[in-house]
Design a protein around this ligand. Structure first.
Ligand SMILES: *Cc1c(COP(=O)(O)O)cnc(C)c1O
Length: 507
């Protein structure tokens, strides 16, 4: 196979990919919001023997599109509420195409002035948008997971350095023990980052939270008082189920009083600071030492974009240091993209962020955040006005959790909630998923795609209500068929005794 594509075939190839991508985006709003095939079926579509010989370029792309299509999810669809996931806005996607086509290895400004420079510009815009200390350093990571990892690596280095230990050179063996305080409802990826950094999941002290998942200040103060050596405290701006914010204005000064480095996981929630109407929720977080955020959530860039922001550029740079004689020598005082992230070779992540901020502007971002919060509140109100449905959180941001069969016994409510979610997915008007909250199964709703309108919200609520009524009526029929003469308490007992996947009850 000739692997050198001539100009004409390159043009046709890229045009064909653009045509397919455009068709996908144009139809996703009206398509069912769930993949047409399962994972197993998708594996079968791709699994062939290792090809011995090549295939012409256009045939490969046609083949790829054909095999991939049925297993694609509508994550960029307007009624996708499954997880906190942005909509990969077309402007971000177009910029991202250029990232791939330009193929800039964004490690050093000496190698690629433009890709390094756009990060300088976006970093300044972000700090202004979020109103964070303007001297902060910003690393462009794959997402908030790696942003959290990066910031916590800087934290680890800094608190140990202040205790007379150089962790970057000596590692953790023999280091003074570091106390790590984190809210019990922190995101799973924070615990993963701590694991990668040698802190261990069990070593970390999980601070008890309130009913919305916020750290309780009294518990935090007691844990702080018991710390003896260096301390890292991790707060959250935007809990993935409730959208709640830790009380930063109270917690951060207390932690700083104890010499702690305070990190904030603000993957999506910190964007509240960009909207005057929501900014009060995230007040006080600016006092922290570092912040991890996503671009591919509320800013709507395509994957992969996250931001590792710290108030201490030296600690940040030390933690991510990569030295090699073959790398281009650059002026020490100039920002190099690789100084602030774990990787060396990587894509030019600044361009899609630049394009999205340039497209929306400060007012557009504020309007989007406000609209999503308004839509979430409205959907939650509509749902909770129906018998048997309860919204379990104060809807302060864009996230809410819903219990179906809320007036039933615990197991019956779990079963009805799971069945309703399955019914909603089967109908395919919108996409939602479930999760556990305080031992109860709930439907999780995240309103975060730029494509979502009020009209989409209305259609989705109607589909959710219809699914719930179907499930409820089916359950009532089953109970009536088996326990026709039970009184209510006997029925509740019968439901309580029934495992989730059994639909026939004994009384
Ligand atoms: C999504 C999320 C993360 C992880 O971010 P990724 O972009 O998936 O790496 C961390 N914390 C919170 C609160 C999140 O919502």
């Amino acid at each position: 196979m000739d692997v050198t594509a001539d100009d004409r075939s390159t043009k046709a190839l890229l045009a064909r990919a653009a045509e397919e991508a455009t068709a996908f985006r144009e139809s996703v709003g009206s398509a069912r919001h769930r993949p047409a095939i399962s994972f197993g079926e998708a594996v079968a579509r791709f699994s062939t023997t290792l090809p011995e010989d090549g295939l012409p370029a256009m045939a490969v792309i046609e083949d790829l599109m054909e095999r991939a299509s049925p297993g694609l999810a509508s994550m960029v669809g307007p009624r996708f509420f499954g997880w906190v996931i942005g909509g990969s806005h077309p402007v971000g996607v177009a910029a991202d195409w250029l990232v791939s086509a330009w193929g800039q290895n964004t490690a050093s400004h000496a190698a690629t002035p433009s890709a390094a420079a756009v990060e300088v510009a976006v970093a300044a815009w972000l700090l202004e948008l979020m109103d964070l200390p303007r001297e902060s350093s910003v690393g462009f990571t794959t997402g908030a997971t790696m942003a959290g990892f990066t910031c916590l690596a800087a934290a680890r280095g800094d608190v140990l350095r202040r205790a007379g230990w150089d962790v970057e050179q000596k590692g953790l063996f023999g280091a003074p023990p570091v106390s790590v305080l984190v809210g019990a409802d922190a995101h799973a990826t924070i615990f993963a980052a701590l694991q990668h950094l040698g802190f261990g999941q069990e070593h970390v002290q999980r601070i008890v939270t309130d009913e919305m998942g916020r750290i309780v200040p009294g518990n935090f103060a007691r844990a702080l008082a018991e710390c003896t050596g260096p301390v890292i405290a991790i707060l959250q701006a935007g809990q993935i189920n409730t959208g709640a914010f830790d009380p930063a204005a109270e917690l951060i000064p207390a932690a700083h009083g104890r010499g702690a480095w305070v990190h904030v996981d603000g993957a999506f929630g910190l964007w509240a600071r960009a909207s005057p109407e929501q900014a009060h929720l995230a007040q006080g977080f600016e006092q922290a030492d570092s912040w991890s955020m996503d671009g591919h959530k509320w800013l709507q860039t395509p994957y992969d974009t996250g931001y590792a922001i710290t108030r201490h550029p030296d600690a940040h740079g030390r933690a991510m240091n990569i030295l090699a004689s073959y790398l281009p020598k650059t002026d020490e005082n100039e920002r190099n993209p690789s100084h602030y992230v774990p990787e060396l070779s990587r894509r030019a992540r600044g361009y899609p962020s630049w394009a999205m901020i340039r497209h929306l502007g400060r007012s557009g971002i504020a309007e989007m955040v406000r609209r999503h919060c308004r839509i979430a509140r409205h959907m939650a109100e509509r749902l909770s006005s129906e018998d048997g449905i309860r919204v379990l959180n104060d809807v302060v941001l864009n996230q809410f959790i819903v219990r179906f069969g809320a007036d039933r016994a615990s197991e019956a409510g779990d079963r009805l909630t799971k069945e309703t979610i399955r019914q909603i997915q089967a109908d395919g008007v919108c996409f939602v998923e479930g999760g556990d909250w305080r031992g109860h199964w709930v439907m999780r709703v995240s309103v975060i795609s730029s494509a979502t309108t009020e009209h989409d919200a209305e259609r989705s609520v109607a589909a959710m209500l219809e699914a719930w009524r179907t499930v409820r009526d089916r359950a009532t029929l089953e109970i009536d068929a088996v326990v026709p003469r039970c009184d209510k308490s006997e029925r509740d007992n019968a439901e309580r005794a029934v495992p989730f996947n059994r639909s026939v009850l004994d009384c």
